[in-house]
Design a protein around this ligand. Sequence first.
Ligand SMILES: C[C@H](O)[C@H](O)[C@H]1CNC2=NC(N)=NC(=O)C2=N1
Length: 98
Amino acid sequence: MIEALNETDRTEALADLPEWDHDEARDAITRRIVFADFIEAFGFMTQVALIAERMNHHPEWSNVYNRVDVLLTTHDAGGLSARDIDMAQAIDAIVGED
Ligand SMILES: C[C@H](O)[C@H](O)[C@H]1CNC2=NC(N)=NC(=O)C2=N1
């Protein structure tokens, strides 16, 4: 069973993820990513989907045209876990590649 991060570890992890906001109500992190167009946005989602399947860890997200809103939390842990931090770093790496 995966555990939620304690406050010290969460604070440390969030400091390394400046593009992400902490949603305290859900103990989740969120990021809005705006792409040039729908194809870029959907291409990003396709890459993340493959990683999510590999990690068995799935984002909550929505897409409107060129915008993707991502929320990461670990349902099994009831809050943020190391898996969310790994996923956020993977997402940042994909976005940073363009
Ligand atoms: C049964 C399966 O392993 C679990 O439901 C996985 C799938 N993907 C998941 N994704 C997320 N974000 N949180 C989870 O707790 C989670 N659990």
